[in-house]
Design a protein around this ligand. Structure first.
Ligand SMILES: Cc1cc2nc3c(=O)[nH]c(=O)nc-3n(C[C@H](O)[C@H](O)[C@H](O)COP(=O)(O)O)c2cc1C
Length: 195
């Protein structure tokens, strides 16, 4: 069976992001399940706010075209997203909205062709008591609209400002296993889809 390749993205560009830490735990779970994981770091691939006129005059931003190529080369997706007012943040929406636009080769096919039918796993970390779970239901619906197959496993990490040790490990065993479990679930789904 070929090695499963997973693309992972933090939904926050913040240097001290709790969600980037959470993503590393999800990645560990995916790697333990046998996957190779690449990280798409938003700080390294800035995209302008989506604007139809900009797209018409300049086409897809280079970072969005790169992301389309990355999805084409990967079998699944992991996203650790912050919750902003009960929703996922504009960084996630803007990045993936650009991804969904037609391909730069002018074929006119929607960019989501590269994500259709690929498994995705989601989780959230928040300093608040609910761990960002309100954002997860919207994230699930949005990714599903883009064509991803969502793994049922998900986890919200509450009190995230105190949940990780200095090495970035989740100190609560149950939460660590759940976060790793999201990563592993996406790998298992991708392996099944490979047949
Ligand atoms: C505009 C805004 C809205 C927020 N709304 C929520 C919220 O609805 N629920 C919540 O748990 N935290 C909320 N927060 C706090 C974030 O969870 C917190 O800033 C978190 O650290 C962001 O994730 P990051 O650490 O990965 O950047 C909000 C923060 C911002 C900036």
């Amino acid at each position: 069976m070929p090695t499963v390749r997973i693309l992972a993205m933090p939904g926050s560009a913040r240097r001290a992001s709790h969600n980037r830490r959470l993503l590393r735990v999800m990645i560990a779970g995916a790697e333990q399940a046998g996957a190779e994981v690449s990280v798409f770091e938003p700080n390294d691939h800035p995209m302008p706010l989506y604007h139809g006129d900009l797209e018409e005059t300049e086409g897809l931003p280079p970072a969005a075209a790169r992301l389309q190529g990355l999805f084409a080369a990967h079998d699944g997706f992991l996203l650790a997203t912050p919750e902003y007012n009960g929703f996922f943040p504009p960084l996630v929406k803007n990045t993936l909205d650009w991804l969904s636009r037609p391909l730069p080769d002018g074929s006119g096919r929607p960019g989501t062709i590269h994500v259709r039918g690929k498994p995705a796993g989601i989780a959230s970390a928040s300093p608040g008591a609910l761990g960002g779970i309100r954002a997860l239901q919207h994230t699930r619906q949005y990714l599903s609209n883009l064509g991803f197959l969502l793994a049922p496993e998900q986890i919200g990490i509450p009190h995230a400002d105190k949940a990780f040790d200095a090495a970035g490990a989740l100190t609560d065993e149950r939460l660590r296993k759940a976060a790793e479990g999201v990563g592993a679930a996406v790998v298992r789904l991708a392996q099944r889809l490979q047949g």
